[in-house]
Design a protein around this ligand. Structure first.
Ligand code: LLP
Length: 425
């Protein structure tokens, strides 16, 4: 039995399998909470992007904030991807995973001088710059190093991506990007700065977007600007970076497939006479989200007058999305049992009422069973914390019947290894 949106996660008999590995066996071997990813699923999610862009000059930059574990980065690097990074730390991960810095775009609105220096030294493809003050600082840093920094300006197109307010980024009220009506002036300013070389334009309007129309609106706004910039400034916009943001199916969402979205964007780009420009995309969630599950053990069943609770050993520190965005993520048993489902709130051990993974879920489970949160490959481990001094989960990458531990479970002593006690009085 296949699970919707999860081509590589399915029940075989009573057992939940990821590729050809059984979730309960992985739990017994590696412990819980455990993130399990399917490599084949990641590559299958990448394929429609690559297919749709064949024959075009392009760069697919995996937005690694979605899941920055080294083996995940290595998987995408080997498949030819570049990376969208937002910090110096992410750059170090790309280098450690064998990624090519020349295929990296550096996004983010608060880059430090040290991060800029390091990225210049590594030779990133482009800095996505988000303010006029950042332009000035980057020019200074580059000039001091005897270089010119390749830049693209992130324009805030003021379109509504129709997604959760915390992950909507392309509205005027958001902190991101340079306002559309200031962008031309910002490009003129960039053209005058000695340490910069303008090469592109970019936008990113939000995340978990399930329609194509906000992308087309943003693209139109961007192309209007490109035409205005090239008409008057002595600049050439070599690439269009349309960001990331394509949604996935968590429960009943129906986002367009990546090749459909890209097909529509390319048709619009060509129709407006911009087909000669290179293209950059920064997908995150849509490449890894449905490739991962979080396996957790049921510790206790706690019936109550108003609510029944299913207490599991994964918590908000392992998977922040439900607590932070009220995200609904499917939770399924790793072993199917006969019986009438009982409605539970699935909660973790953290001392906060906000620590829940799912609400009002009908499940047939007993203490000692395992459950899996589906679609947990994106913004799961990468947002995990050590709140309540909880060691972060282990991670496993499966490939057919083969499972590789790609991150050890943390141990408590490592969590305070860098701390010191005060000297004696
Ligand atoms: N490019 C930029 C500049 C971004 O800010 C983001 C995501 C992406 C690309 C990738 O977007 P994606 O394809 O993954 O939607 N933690 C939230 C999502 C935050 C997204 C932030 N920016 C969540 O769990 O839903």
């Amino acid at each position: 039995m296949k699970l919707p949106g999860h081509p590589f996660v399915a029940y075989r008999g009573e057992q939940l399998c990821i590729d050809d590995c059984t979730a309960t066996e992985l739990a017994a071997r590696f412990g819980t909470p455990l993130y399990v990813y399917s490599r084949a699923s990641m590559l299958a999610a990448l394929a429609p992007y690559q297919r749709a862009l064949t024959g075009r000059e392009h760069l697919l930059c995996y937005a690694m904030k979605a899941n920055s574990s080294l083996a995940v980065l290595q998987t995408f690097a080997r498949a030819g991807c570049g990376f969208d990074i937002v910090s110096g730390g992410e750059l170090e991960r790309v280098l450690a995973a064998g990624g090519d810095p020349a295929r990296v775009v550096f996004s983010g609105l608060g880059k430090t001088r040290a991060e800029m220096r390091r990225a210049l030294e590594a030779g990133v493809h482009c800095f996505n710059v988000e303010s006029e003050s950042e332009l000035g600082v980057l020019s200074e840093v580059a000039a001091a190093a005897g270089r010119r920094a390749p830049v693209s300006l992130r324009v805030n197109p003021d379109v509504d991506a129709g997604t959760h307010p915390y992950i909507s980024t392309g509205l005027k009220a958001n902190k991101f990007g340079i306002a559309h009506d200031r962008a031309l002036a910002a490009y003129r300013h960039a053209a005058r700065l000695p340490g910069l070389e303008v090469i592109g334009i970019d936008c990113h309007i939000g995340s978990q977007i399930t329609e194509t129309s906000p992308y087309i609106d943003a693209l139109d706004r961007l192309l209007d600007l490109v035409e205005a910039i090239e008409a008057e400034a002595s600049l050439r916009i070599r690439h269009l970076d349309l960001g990331g943001g394509l949604g996935i199916q968590y429960t009943d969402e129906a986002p367009p497939p990546a090749d459909v979205l890209i097909g529509e964007l390319l048709a619009r780009i060509d129709a407006r006479g911009h087909g000669h420009r290179a293209l950059v995309f920064e997908p995150g969630r849509s490449l890894v989200g449905n490739a991962g599950v979080l396996v957790s053990e049921v510790l206790y069943l706690k019936p109550g007058e108003e609510k029944n609770f299913c207490v599991v050993d994964a918590a908000m520190n392992d998977l922040m999305r439900p607590a932070m965005y009220q995200a609904t993520m499917a939770i399924v048993p790793c072993t199917l049992r006969d019986g009438a489902p009982v409605v539970y709130d699935v909660v973790g051990p953290v001392c906060e009422s906000g620590d829940w993974l799912g609400r009002d879920r009908g499940l047939v489970v007993q203490a000692g069973d395992h459950v899996a949160v589906l679609s947990a490959g994106a913004y799961g481990m990468s947002m995990a914390s050590n709140y309540n001094t909880r060691p972060r989960a282990a991670e496993v990458m499966v490939d057919g019947a083969h499972a590789t531990l790609i991150r050890e479970r943390e141990v408590p002593a490592a969590l305070f290894a860098g701390e010191s006690l005060l000297p004696d009085d």
